[in-house]
Design a protein around this ligand. Structure first.
Ligand code: FAD
Length: 456
């Protein structure tokens, strides 16, 4: 009988153990279920939906080249898979493990109605398997990475199957277009189309390009004006490429690639955190943060909107937020700066920023997003201290962001490298907004808020 492959964030044919395993047992029915019900308020954001549309289109084409096709259905995962199984006479389902709390719920529900086989394949080591001396999962990244490192290299990637046997009858499929994952009016995805090639081929091309430059990663990764990082994050998030393949390709390239491999380690770490703390995206891990007097009301709402739209009067922050809006991605150094600015300079709850990122990032990832926001806020199990407040102007100069600012804040294009970080004098601002808050005053307000929360 045919075997179902249930696809989620694993939209690839290379190094895809669920597909390889299913194919060894019979004809394969690959199914993608658009399940907006199980995740509730964690349904995919708009930028992710744009990416998903394109990735599914590419995956269907790749499957067709192997004699197969992609079946698209909408609804609760367990109900849809049960219906498809009945239509094709299948009883077993193969899938990769996912660790978002809603996916773990869906896996339980599917396992109650079908014979579900879950495989490891989206992380360097299975989340939950890297344990300390007393058999417990790590809460802190550094010892986690040390322990994970000892288990590496990850298993060699599996090749894509040459051909996939088709079932006698194909079950019906929705039309991708009718899912309306793409924006229509207005079409805000132009910058995304210019920046990205979603799908497995695009992921492989990014990896190849990065491998050639990987030795420069160490010295360039913090400079937003150069393309010094891999830009693999959305591809890894959607599972268009496996971390094992990225690991082997980059490790083989030689040079000082340890830092890059450690970043893949952060990706694994984030999954281990949400496995221990499923509510990590919705709640601060440290109790003091419950007493922090976050700003709310009209003034805070309009400051939040200014942050979202890149109108804070801090060029490095505005450049980052505009890059996010146009391309669905921000350079990591700038993510840290904009997050710190929202939380500390504007004293707005990190969860408002997390949600904005959730909707606008093409790499929006429950674990990675929450872990990094809670790291920036200081509220996480592994975090910098709240009282370490990044100075945006100093960061902008230190990491030489002039070129980056010129790219994203055209109003400032003719400012010199020396002036552009802090354009100051209002007469020359030409439509560029004045600063929303002064650094010193904002810093003092944040420190006072912190002292207040500690007093509780
Ligand atoms: P590279 O530097 O080339 O790194 C390679 C890969 O390692 C990345 O593709 C990514 O998968 C992983 N990685 C790198 N840094 C981190 C990190 N700090 N945490 C977890 N994984 C990492 N990353 C996401 O994938 N999704 C998110 O939703 C996300 N939200 C973030 C929110 C904030 C506030 C901050 C500060 C960081 C966030 N990051 C998130 C982490 C990081 O910024 C991005 O992974 C990175 O910028 C992606 O670019 P790259 O692929 O060129 O990274």
């Amino acid at each position: 009988p045919p075997v179902i492959v249930w696809l989620r964030r694993d939209l690839r044919l290379s190094d895809q153990p669920a597909i390889v395993e299913a194919a060894s047992q019979g004809p394969v029915v690959p199914v993608y279920v658009l399940d907006d019900e199980t995740p509730k308020h964690r349904r995919m954001g708009a930028a992710s939906r744009w990416w998903l549309h394109n990735s599914l289109e590419k995956l269907d084409a790749a499957l067709r080249a192997k004699g197969s096709r992609l079946i698209l259905r909408k609804g609760r995962s367990e109900e849809v898979l049960k219906a498809v199984a009945e239509e094709v006479g299948a009883s077993s389902v193969h899938a990769l493990h996912h660790y978002e709390p809603w996916w773990r719920n869906a896996e339980k529900a599917v396992a109650q109605v079908l014979d579900l086989h879950l495989h490891h394949g989206n992380y360097l080591a299975p989340p939950g398997s890297v344990l300390n001396g007393s058999g417990r999962p790590y809460k802190i990244y550094t010892p986690f990475w040390r322990a994970l490192h000892e288990r590496l290299p990850p298993i060699e990637p599996l090749p894509a199957p040459r051909k996939l046997d088709a079932p006698g009858n194909w079950p019906g499929s929705d039309s991708l277009k009718e899912w309306r994952l793409l924006p229509s009016a207005p079409d805000w995805a132009g910058g995304m189309r210019d920046t990205w090639e979603p799908g497995e081929a695009g992921a492989q091309a990014r990896l190849q390009a990065f491998v050639e430059e990987a030795s420069a990663y160490e010295s360039q990764r913090n400079l937003p004006s150069v393309e010094g990082t891999s830009m693999l994050s959305p591809h890894l998030h959607f599972g268009e490429i496996s971390p094992s393949q990225a690991w082997h390709a980059v490790a083989d390239a030689g040079g000082s690639v340890e830092t890059f491999l450690g970043e893949l380690g952060w990706r694994d770490y984030a999954q281990n955190v949400i496995l221990q703390f499923p509510e990590y995206g919705n709640r601060s891990a440290k109790e003091d943060f419950g007493h922090l007097p976050w700003r709310s009301g009209k003034g805070a709402d309009s400051d939040l909107a200014a942050w979202q739209q890149g109108r804070t009067g801090y060029p490095i922050v505005d450049a980052g937020m505009r890059q996010l809006w146009h391309t669905g991605w921000i350079h990591n150094r700038v993510r840290m700066i904009v997050a710190s600015f929202l939380i500390k300079h504007l004293l707005i709850d990190w969860r408002a920023g997390e949600q904005w990122f959730w909707d606008t990032l093409v790499d929006a990832d429950y674990g990675s997003n929450a872990v990094n926001w809670q790291w920036s806020a200081g509220s996480g199990v592994d975090a910098q201290m709240f009282v370490r407040i990044m100075a945006p102007l100093t960061q902008s100069e230190k990491f030489d962001a002039a070129g980056y600012i010129r790219d994203w804040v055209p109003e400032l294009a003719d400012f010199s490298d020396a002036e552009i970080h802090d354009p100051g004098s209002a007469s020359r601002l030409r439509g560029y907004p004045a600063k929303l808050v002064e650094h010193r005053a904002a810093r003092e307000r944040a420190l006072a808020a912190w002292a207040h929360s500690k007093g509780h």
